[in-house]
Design a protein around this ligand. Structure first.
Ligand code: ZN
Ligand code: ZN
Length: 403
């Protein structure tokens, strides 16, 4: 790519490479209306020599201004142009799609993609929606043993992820929309210097997943107001210092019926019991046995289509950890591995269906589903819960309150 001549406007700038008087301007920066400062060069040679580092300016600009057309309201000023999300966010329609809805919940319009400032480090899907390193990595087949340095970064990122989830938990009440929860998550993540991992991952349009009532997982934050008696799961993933953290919790909205309260508490206990067996030498397939035993004891069923996963520099990698019994997961746990356990427990049948948006997984019978998730580190003697609750975490899980 060659730099265009624009002596008239670049004359007062010095070359970003060598400091001499600049006569050329990077054409991409001109097109994107980026500052002339740092985008001016004295010669094609200096422009070419700077290209490998200079081009990142364009990428960050695109994330900051997705679909920024002249005359359009600024992205981020929500309310305007809310549409239904169809087909993994790639196309949208203002009409409610036809679908054999399994329960009473319906999709609502979603807001425009939120902005990420240029100083935030981006995962490789942030610009075009396509993860590149993740699907081709060896770590899809081999479970990585993290170095002490990687583990330290995982601790930091997972703690940050926990603080973001806690920020979301504090605003949950009847009347708030899941889009407003997403805004809180997005702002809290960026304020801490992180990137919300779900944003544009395989074109997912929002910064977290919000799964209401019969939604099992991957619900898209939208304009629906939470109602008294709803349950809502908020799933948070943060990319910070080159690694991801991942956790979720299911919250009560106002006064929730006894059956839903039992479902949510049982799901929490399923995760606790699974974490309790984690230590070196334990088979990954044991996790599903423990979870299934506790869920079925209470008359609930375990979702089979979505599993726990390895995590680190990749968002999703080996091992795959099913939550149901008699699963075929391979391998044993070793000190230094990091992965999630995230059981989804249904009050009715285990089967799931997919909404036309390509993301929202719902129960086949429309009955409610709950989930909890932690990111875990296998230690020499057992387990460290990297996304554990903090003394500052809000008191929103009633069975944990001593009073
Ligand atoms: Zn998650
Ligand atoms: Zn996860």
């Amino acid at each position: 790519m060659a730099a265009g001549s624009d002596a008239g406007e670049s004359g007062s700038f010095s070359c970003a490479k060598c400091g001499k008087q600049a006569h050329l301007q990077c054409p991409k920066c001109v097109e994107l209306k980026l500052p002339r400062e740092g985008a001016a060069f004295c010669s094609q040679e200096c422009f070419k020599a700077s290209w490998s580092t200079h081009k990142s300016v364009h990428l960050k600009a695109k994330v900051s201004h997705p679909g920024d057309n002249p005359g359009e309201p600024k992205a981020g000023s929500t309310k305007d142009g809310w549409l239904y999300c169809l087909r993994k966010g790639q196309s949208r329609t203002p009409k409610l799609p036809h679908f054999d809805w399994t329960g009473s919940l319906r999709p609502y319009p979603i807001s425009k993609q939120r902005l990420v400032p240029g100083h935030i480090d981006l995962p490789d899907w942030a610009i075009d929606g396509i993860p590149k390193i993740e699907p081709n990595s060896d770590l899809q087949h081999h479970v990585e043993i993290k170095t002490p340095e990687q583990i330290e970064r995982m601790r930091e990122t997972c703690r940050l992820s926990r603080e973001v989830l806690d920020a979301a938990a504090r605003v949950i009440r009847p009347g708030i929309t899941t889009d407003e929860i997403d805004a809180v998550v997005h702002e809290a993540t960026i304020a801490a210097g992180g990137y919300p991992s779900p944003l544009n991952y395989h074109f997912f349009p929002k910064s977290c997943c919000t799964s209401v009532n019969e939604v099992i997982c991957h619900g898209i934050p939208d304009a629906r107001k939470l109602e008294d008696g709803d349950i809502v799961n908020v799933d948070i993933s943060v990319y910070y210092k080159g690694v991801h953290g991942d956790l979720n919790e299911t919250f009560f909205v106002g006064n929730v019926d006894e059956a839903s309260r039992r479902l949510v508490q049982c799901t929490y206990e399923c995760l606790e019991k699974a974490i309790a067996i984690v230590k070196p030498g334990v088979r990954f397939r044991e996790v599903g046995e423990v979870i299934n035993r506790h869920a079925s004891m209470s008359g609930f069923s375990v979702v089979k289509s979505y599993c726990g996963h390895g995590i680190g520099e990749l968002f999703h990698c080996a091992p795959n950890i099913p939550h149901y019994s008699r699963n075929k997961a391979v391998g044993v746990m070793k000190a230094g591995q990091t992965f999630t356990i995230e059981p989804m427990i249904n009050s009715g049948v285990w089967r799931d269906r997919m909404w036309p948006d390509g993301w929202t997984a719902v129960t086949a019978d429309g009955k409610r589903s709950a989930q909890f998730e932690h990111t875990l580190l296998v230690t020499e003697t057992g387990v460290e819960v990297l996304t554990a609750r903090l003394p500052s975490s809000p008191d929103v899980l009633p069975w944990l309150s001593s009073s």
